[in-house]
Design a protein around this ligand. Structure first.
Ligand code: GUN
Length: 283
Protein backbone atom coordinates (compact mmCIF):
# COMPACT_ATOMS: atom_id res chain seq x y z
CA UNK A 1 0.00 0.00 0.00
CA UNK A 2 1.28 3.44 -0.91
CA UNK A 3 1.69 6.54 1.22
CA UNK A 4 -0.49 9.27 -0.25
CA UNK A 5 1.35 12.54 -0.84
CA UNK A 6 -1.20 15.27 -0.18
CA UNK A 7 -0.85 18.27 -2.44
CA UNK A 8 -3.61 19.90 -0.46
CA UNK A 9 -1.46 19.82 2.67
CA UNK A 10 1.88 20.71 1.07
CA UNK A 11 0.38 23.51 -1.04
CA UNK A 12 -1.22 25.04 2.07
CA UNK A 13 2.24 25.12 3.68
CA UNK A 14 3.81 26.78 0.63
CA UNK A 15 1.02 29.36 0.45
CA UNK A 16 1.42 30.08 4.16
CA UNK A 17 5.17 30.70 3.68
CA UNK A 18 4.39 33.02 0.77
CA UNK A 19 1.75 34.84 2.84
CA UNK A 20 4.27 35.46 5.63
CA UNK A 21 6.94 36.70 3.21
CA UNK A 22 4.35 38.89 1.52
CA UNK A 23 3.62 40.55 4.85
CA UNK A 24 7.26 41.46 5.32
CA UNK A 25 7.43 42.77 1.73
CA UNK A 26 4.39 44.93 2.44
CA UNK A 27 6.16 46.31 5.50
CA UNK A 28 8.83 47.49 3.06
CA UNK A 29 6.20 49.12 0.86
CA UNK A 30 5.99 46.41 -1.81
CA UNK A 31 2.74 44.57 -2.59
CA UNK A 32 3.23 41.82 -5.18
CA UNK A 33 0.89 42.17 -8.16
CA UNK A 34 -0.11 39.52 -10.68
CA UNK A 35 -1.92 40.20 -13.97
CA UNK A 36 -3.88 37.24 -15.31
CA UNK A 37 -4.99 37.33 -18.94
CA UNK A 38 -7.68 35.01 -20.23
CA UNK A 39 -8.84 35.11 -23.83
CA UNK A 40 -12.17 33.49 -24.74
CA UNK A 41 -14.40 31.33 -22.59
CA UNK A 42 -12.76 27.93 -22.21
CA UNK A 43 -14.47 26.56 -19.07
CA UNK A 44 -11.37 24.79 -17.70
CA UNK A 45 -9.27 27.96 -18.15
CA UNK A 46 -12.00 29.92 -16.37
CA UNK A 47 -11.76 27.61 -13.34
CA UNK A 48 -7.94 27.82 -13.27
CA UNK A 49 -7.97 31.61 -13.53
CA UNK A 50 -10.54 31.94 -10.73
CA UNK A 51 -8.40 29.70 -8.51
CA UNK A 52 -5.29 31.74 -9.29
CA UNK A 53 -7.06 34.97 -8.34
CA UNK A 54 -8.38 33.42 -5.14
CA UNK A 55 -4.88 32.24 -4.19
CA UNK A 56 -3.51 35.77 -4.77
CA UNK A 57 -6.08 37.26 -2.40
CA UNK A 58 -5.30 34.62 0.21
CA UNK A 59 -1.55 35.30 0.28
CA UNK A 60 -2.01 39.09 0.16
CA UNK A 61 -1.14 39.83 -3.48
CA UNK A 62 -3.04 42.19 -5.72
CA UNK A 63 -4.36 40.48 -8.83
CA UNK A 64 -5.84 42.00 -11.95
CA UNK A 65 -7.84 39.96 -14.38
CA UNK A 66 -7.99 40.79 -18.07
CA UNK A 67 -10.85 38.72 -19.51
CA UNK A 68 -10.68 39.38 -23.25
CA UNK A 69 -13.22 38.25 -25.84
CA UNK A 70 -12.36 35.27 -28.07
CA UNK A 71 -12.13 37.64 -31.08
CA UNK A 72 -9.27 39.65 -29.53
CA UNK A 73 -6.58 40.31 -32.13
CA UNK A 74 -2.91 39.51 -31.79
CA UNK A 75 -2.13 43.25 -31.83
CA UNK A 76 -4.58 43.98 -29.00
CA UNK A 77 -3.17 41.19 -26.85
CA UNK A 78 0.44 42.22 -27.49
CA UNK A 79 -0.43 45.84 -26.70
CA UNK A 80 -1.89 44.81 -23.33
CA UNK A 81 1.21 42.75 -22.50
CA UNK A 82 3.42 45.68 -23.45
CA UNK A 83 1.48 47.94 -21.07
CA UNK A 84 1.71 45.40 -18.25
CA UNK A 85 5.45 44.94 -18.89
CA UNK A 86 5.86 48.67 -18.22
CA UNK A 87 3.89 48.83 -14.98
CA UNK A 88 5.87 48.86 -11.73
CA UNK A 89 2.91 47.60 -9.67
CA UNK A 90 2.53 44.45 -11.79
CA UNK A 91 5.29 41.95 -11.00
CA UNK A 92 3.94 38.87 -12.75
CA UNK A 93 2.10 38.42 -16.04
CA UNK A 94 0.35 35.21 -16.90
CA UNK A 95 -1.57 34.52 -20.09
CA UNK A 96 -3.72 31.44 -19.59
CA UNK A 97 -3.18 28.81 -22.29
CA UNK A 98 -4.48 27.51 -24.60
CA UNK A 99 -5.27 30.62 -26.61
CA UNK A 100 -7.90 30.71 -29.38
CA UNK A 101 -6.43 29.28 -32.58
CA UNK A 102 -6.04 32.58 -34.46
CA UNK A 103 -3.58 33.83 -31.83
CA UNK A 104 0.14 33.05 -31.97
CA UNK A 105 0.96 31.48 -28.62
CA UNK A 106 4.71 31.63 -29.18
CA UNK A 107 4.66 35.36 -29.97
CA UNK A 108 2.54 36.00 -26.87
CA UNK A 109 4.95 34.09 -24.60
CA UNK A 110 7.89 35.92 -26.19
CA UNK A 111 6.23 39.29 -25.53
CA UNK A 112 6.05 38.83 -21.75
CA UNK A 113 9.08 40.33 -20.03
CA UNK A 114 11.26 37.43 -18.78
CA UNK A 115 11.42 39.14 -15.37
CA UNK A 116 7.60 39.03 -15.13
CA UNK A 117 7.20 35.59 -16.71
CA UNK A 118 5.92 33.76 -13.61
CA UNK A 119 4.96 30.71 -15.72
CA UNK A 120 8.62 30.40 -16.81
CA UNK A 121 7.51 29.80 -20.41
CA UNK A 122 9.69 32.49 -22.06
CA UNK A 123 12.59 31.00 -24.07
CA UNK A 124 15.08 32.93 -21.96
CA UNK A 125 13.69 31.39 -18.77
CA UNK A 126 13.51 27.95 -20.40
CA UNK A 127 17.18 28.35 -21.34
CA UNK A 128 18.08 29.42 -17.82
CA UNK A 129 16.41 26.30 -16.44
CA UNK A 130 18.41 24.19 -18.89
CA UNK A 131 21.70 25.53 -17.47
CA UNK A 132 20.48 25.53 -13.86
CA UNK A 133 20.66 29.32 -13.41
CA UNK A 134 17.10 30.49 -12.94
CA UNK A 135 14.74 32.74 -10.96
CA UNK A 136 11.52 30.97 -11.86
CA UNK A 137 10.68 27.33 -12.29
CA UNK A 138 7.63 26.26 -14.29
CA UNK A 139 4.84 25.84 -11.76
CA UNK A 140 3.70 22.27 -12.33
CA UNK A 141 7.12 20.56 -12.47
CA UNK A 142 8.27 22.70 -9.53
CA UNK A 143 5.17 21.58 -7.64
CA UNK A 144 6.00 17.93 -8.31
CA UNK A 145 9.54 18.46 -6.98
CA UNK A 146 8.17 20.19 -3.90
CA UNK A 147 5.91 17.18 -3.23
CA UNK A 148 8.89 14.85 -3.56
CA UNK A 149 11.00 16.95 -1.20
CA UNK A 150 8.21 17.10 1.32
CA UNK A 151 7.90 13.30 1.27
CA UNK A 152 11.68 12.92 1.61
CA UNK A 153 12.09 11.33 -1.83
CA UNK A 154 15.53 11.79 -3.35
CA UNK A 155 15.87 11.43 -7.14
CA UNK A 156 19.67 11.03 -7.03
CA UNK A 157 20.80 7.91 -8.85
CA UNK A 158 17.22 6.73 -9.36
CA UNK A 159 15.65 5.73 -12.61
CA UNK A 160 13.14 8.51 -13.33
CA UNK A 161 10.66 8.15 -16.17
CA UNK A 162 8.53 11.05 -17.39
CA UNK A 163 5.63 10.15 -19.69
CA UNK A 164 4.88 13.21 -21.82
CA UNK A 165 7.14 15.75 -23.53
CA UNK A 166 5.17 19.01 -23.45
CA UNK A 167 7.02 22.31 -23.05
CA UNK A 168 4.88 23.09 -20.00
CA UNK A 169 5.38 19.86 -18.07
CA UNK A 170 7.26 16.91 -19.57
CA UNK A 171 10.45 18.61 -20.77
CA UNK A 172 11.03 20.88 -17.75
CA UNK A 173 10.05 18.02 -15.41
CA UNK A 174 12.81 15.89 -16.90
CA UNK A 175 15.27 18.76 -16.46
CA UNK A 176 14.41 19.28 -12.78
CA UNK A 177 14.81 15.56 -12.06
CA UNK A 178 18.16 15.68 -13.87
CA UNK A 179 19.24 18.68 -11.76
CA UNK A 180 18.63 16.48 -8.74
CA UNK A 181 20.80 13.75 -10.24
CA UNK A 182 18.09 11.39 -11.43
CA UNK A 183 18.73 9.18 -14.46
CA UNK A 184 15.95 10.46 -16.63
CA UNK A 185 14.03 8.95 -19.55
CA UNK A 186 11.32 10.85 -21.40
CA UNK A 187 8.61 8.72 -23.00
CA UNK A 188 6.01 9.92 -25.52
CA UNK A 189 3.46 8.75 -28.04
CA UNK A 190 6.17 7.31 -30.34
CA UNK A 191 7.97 5.39 -27.60
CA UNK A 192 8.06 1.72 -28.60
CA UNK A 193 8.48 -0.25 -25.38
CA UNK A 194 6.60 2.07 -23.04
CA UNK A 195 5.43 -0.60 -20.62
CA UNK A 196 8.92 -2.03 -20.19
CA UNK A 197 10.54 1.39 -19.66
CA UNK A 198 7.90 2.54 -17.18
CA UNK A 199 7.98 -0.67 -15.21
CA UNK A 200 11.69 -0.13 -14.53
CA UNK A 201 11.14 3.35 -13.08
CA UNK A 202 11.86 4.10 -9.43
CA UNK A 203 10.11 7.44 -9.94
CA UNK A 204 7.35 7.63 -12.54
CA UNK A 205 5.80 10.96 -13.56
CA UNK A 206 2.65 10.74 -15.66
CA UNK A 207 1.97 13.83 -17.79
CA UNK A 208 0.19 12.34 -20.79
CA UNK A 209 -3.24 13.90 -20.55
CA UNK A 210 -5.09 10.56 -20.88
CA UNK A 211 -7.44 9.36 -18.16
CA UNK A 212 -6.12 6.34 -16.19
CA UNK A 213 -3.41 5.70 -18.83
CA UNK A 214 -0.87 4.24 -16.36
CA UNK A 215 -1.94 0.73 -15.31
CA UNK A 216 -0.52 -1.58 -12.65
CA UNK A 217 1.55 -3.56 -15.18
CA UNK A 218 3.47 -0.37 -16.07
CA UNK A 219 4.60 0.22 -12.50
CA UNK A 220 7.43 -1.37 -10.55
CA UNK A 221 6.71 -2.68 -7.06
CA UNK A 222 7.61 0.12 -4.61
CA UNK A 223 7.82 2.89 -7.23
CA UNK A 224 7.03 6.55 -6.51
CA UNK A 225 4.14 7.56 -8.78
CA UNK A 226 3.46 11.25 -9.44
CA UNK A 227 0.33 12.05 -11.40
CA UNK A 228 0.15 15.36 -13.27
CA UNK A 229 -3.05 14.54 -15.19
CA UNK A 230 -6.41 16.20 -14.72
CA UNK A 231 -9.03 14.33 -16.75
CA UNK A 232 -12.62 13.16 -16.54
CA UNK A 233 -13.32 9.43 -16.48
CA UNK A 234 -16.20 7.65 -18.25
CA UNK A 235 -18.57 8.79 -15.47
CA UNK A 236 -17.44 12.40 -15.66
CA UNK A 237 -15.49 12.08 -12.42
CA UNK A 238 -12.15 13.90 -12.05
CA UNK A 239 -9.19 11.52 -12.44
CA UNK A 240 -5.50 11.55 -13.23
CA UNK A 241 -3.30 9.93 -15.87
CA UNK A 242 -2.77 7.06 -13.43
CA UNK A 243 -5.33 4.36 -12.71
CA UNK A 244 -5.15 5.07 -8.98
CA UNK A 245 -7.09 2.02 -7.75
CA UNK A 246 -4.89 -0.37 -9.75
CA UNK A 247 -1.55 1.32 -9.13
CA UNK A 248 -1.82 2.41 -5.51
CA UNK A 249 -1.29 -1.09 -4.01
CA UNK A 250 2.01 -1.44 -5.94
CA UNK A 251 3.47 2.02 -5.30
CA UNK A 252 5.43 3.20 -2.26
CA UNK A 253 4.20 6.79 -2.71
CA UNK A 254 1.48 8.15 -4.93
CA UNK A 255 -0.22 11.51 -5.54
CA UNK A 256 -4.02 11.52 -5.77
CA UNK A 257 -6.20 13.39 -8.28
CA UNK A 258 -7.73 15.67 -7.19
CA UNK A 259 -5.64 16.93 -4.26
CA UNK A 260 -2.18 16.02 -5.54
CA UNK A 261 -0.13 17.97 -8.09
CA UNK A 262 -3.04 20.30 -9.03
CA UNK A 263 -3.03 22.53 -5.94
CA UNK A 264 0.78 22.68 -6.07
CA UNK A 265 0.77 24.41 -9.46
CA UNK A 266 -1.00 27.45 -8.04
CA UNK A 267 1.11 27.47 -4.87
CA UNK A 268 4.27 27.57 -7.00
CA UNK A 269 2.79 30.39 -9.08
CA UNK A 270 2.45 32.38 -5.86
CA UNK A 271 6.07 31.58 -5.03
CA UNK A 272 7.20 32.78 -8.47
CA UNK A 273 5.17 35.99 -8.19
CA UNK A 274 6.71 36.73 -4.79
CA UNK A 275 10.17 36.13 -6.28
CA UNK A 276 9.34 38.44 -9.21
CA UNK A 277 8.31 41.20 -6.79
CA UNK A 278 11.53 40.76 -4.84
CA UNK A 279 13.76 40.83 -7.92
CA UNK A 280 12.02 43.84 -9.44
CA UNK A 281 12.37 45.78 -6.20
CA UNK A 282 15.98 44.79 -5.56
CA UNK A 283 15.05 42.84 -2.41
N1 GUN B 1 -2.60 26.15 -19.18
C1 GUN B 1 -2.42 24.96 -18.56
N2 GUN B 1 -1.50 25.07 -17.59
C2 GUN B 1 -1.07 26.34 -17.60
C3 GUN B 1 -0.14 27.06 -16.81
O1 GUN B 1 0.54 26.53 -15.93
N3 GUN B 1 0.00 28.38 -17.13
C4 GUN B 1 -0.70 28.97 -18.13
N4 GUN B 1 -0.47 30.25 -18.37
N5 GUN B 1 -1.58 28.33 -18.87
C5 GUN B 1 -1.76 27.03 -18.59
Amino acid sequence: MAAIISGKEVSAKVREQVREECESLKAKGVTPGLAVIIVGDDPASRVYVNNKKKACAEVGFVSEEYALPAETTQEELLKLIEELNGRADINGILCQLPLPRHLDEKAVINAISPLKDVDAFHPSNVGRIMIGDYHFLPCTPAGVMELMHHAGIDAAGKSCVVIGRSNIVGKPMAMLLLHENGTVTICHSRTKNLKEICSNADILVAAVGKAKFVKADMVKEGAVVLDVGINRDENGKLCGDVDFDEVEPKASYITPVPGGVGPMTIAMLMKNTLMAAKIQNGL
